[in-house]
Design a binder for this molecule. Structure first.
Ligand code: NAD
Length: 396
């Protein structure tokens, strides 16, 4: 394996900090005058709607609003939205909202450019070319969707949510203004924030691949020299500040730190990929109907335990622990953060029973792109052992 190889695919512009949303009209206008605004339904009830949509109109842009975003993104609702977008013919899609709304915008941009059905693009590298440019403004801090090459949908014909991953889905621009996150409910702050910490840890601990630079590169590259420092910084922003943002939602510094951490976590996993917590959460989430971040956060201490003996891993875990700061190991810090923000400590607490574990392990194994990046050989018995420990709260 060649050391030090890296790949970064990013928006051409990223602005982060309080007040950066004022850049929206100028950034959108880079791509043309016709704007389809895909907005989270919550936003239409806030002053930000007039601020952001009104700001673009005042700047002379023609704005059509689509706010019919259904949580979990049932695929049928997106195919319909794609038709609306094709009729309108936007020059740019402005996405404002949580990860669900941002993912919806990516898929509408794909449908507007290439047509449906979305099922034709399930998997990796199946998007045939550039999509309508996207300018993304997250209103939650966690998913990192504003910078990532992936969107996730629910398809009633499938047991698990399914991803569409392509470098063409990376937004053209991201504007991360923490002001938009000040009213995020505590549970959403907690679950999306801990998912961002999982993005940082899984990016930093991913397996290295021998990439074939003569062929089509995978969307997610595994361990990536350009990403390592970014993943560490993400952990440093998130670890100390996520509990503060959950406990004191109006703390502007905490909201800023968590927004920056989530953005950096998105940059990190958007190139590297994620592994075992994510592979295990998809079936756990489907069976228990619990939020994505609750499941990835719950699994993180057990996955850290399981990968600890992989070559070179002790140093990596220690570096992540040092980045977060505070007493104890990385694993102990994560356990404490989970306790502080209300992430359950065991699978039993969210309704998982012992008889479900073999099916969860089997479905997790089917998430090949996630399993491929795991730093240990995730044989079914290894996954089952992690699940048994998580069921009962057994940490080594
Ligand atoms: P979300 O977008 O589902 O939003 C959760 C709730 O919070 C919704 O009711 C929403 O209306 C509300 N909300 C959003 N912003 C708010 C604000 N500022 N104030 C008040 N309410 C607000 O939650 P999420 O955690 O941001 O996203 C989860 C989704 O993202 C899942 O579908 C997951 O699969 C996906 N995801 C995508 C990526 C990616 O890279 N594309 C990564 C991780 C997760």
């Amino acid at each position: 394996m060649m050391p030090g190889i890296g790949t970064l695919r990013l928006p051409a512009r990223i602005h982060v900090g309080y007040g950066t949303r004022a850049q929206l009209p100028a950034v959108a206008a880079v791509h043309g005058r016709r704007v389809l605004a895909v907005v989270d339904p919550f936003l239409t009830r806030t002053p930000f709607f007039d601020d952001l949509v009104g700001g673009m109109t005042a700047a002379g842009l023609e704005v059509k609003v689509h706010s019919d975003v259904t949580p979990e993104l049932p695929v049928g609702t997106l195919d319909a939205a794609g038709e609306i977008a094709r009729d309108f013919g936007p020059d740019v899609i402005v996405a404002i909202g949580g990860g669900s709304a941002l993912d919806a915008a990516k898929l509408i941009a794909l449908l507007a450019a290439h047509g449906g059905p979305l099922s034709a693009y399930y998997g990796e590298n199946l998007v045939p070319g550039p999509v309508v440019p996207i300018v993304a403004l997250p209103t939650t801090a966690g998913t990192g969707s504003e910078v990532t090459p992936v969107a996730v949908v629910s398809d009633p014909g499938r047991e698990l949510k399914v991803g569409i991953s392509s470098p063409f889905l990376v937004p053209a621009a991201a504007i991360v203004d923490p002001e938009l996150t000040l009213d995020v409910p505590a549970t959403v702050t907690a679950y999306s924030g801990i998912d961002a910490l999982v993005h940082a840890v899984e990016s930093y601990t991913a397996r290295a691949f021998d990439l074939d630079f003569g062929g089509t590169l995978p969307v997610f590259t595994g361990r990536n020299a350009l990403i390592a420092p970014i993943a560490l910084r993400a952990a440093a922003h998130l670890g100390p500040w996520l509990p503060v943002a959950v406990a004191t939602p109006g703390d502007r510094e905490a909201r800023h730190e968590v927004a920056v951490g989530a953005l950096l976590g998105g940059i990190a996993f958007g190139s590297t990929g994620t592994h075992l917590c994510h592979a295990l959460q998809y079936p756990i989430g489907a069976l228990t109907k619990t939020p994505h971040g609750l499941g990835t956060g719950l699994m993180l201490p057990y996955v850290i335990d399981a990968i600890g003996d992989a070559p070179g891993m002790a140093a990596r875990l220690a570096e992540l622990g040092a980045a977060i700061g505070g007493p104890g190991s990385l694993r102990d810090r994560v356990v404490e953060i989970n306790r502080q923000i209300g992430v359950p400590a065991t699978l039993a607490e969210i309704g998982v029973t012992r008889d479900m574990l073999p099916h969860i392990a089997e479905l997790a194994t089917a998430s090949k792109r996630l399993i491929a990046i795991a730093p240990i050989d995730p044989a079914p018995d290894v996954l089952l052992d992690i699940l048994h420990r998580a069921l009962e709260g057994v940490l080594t």
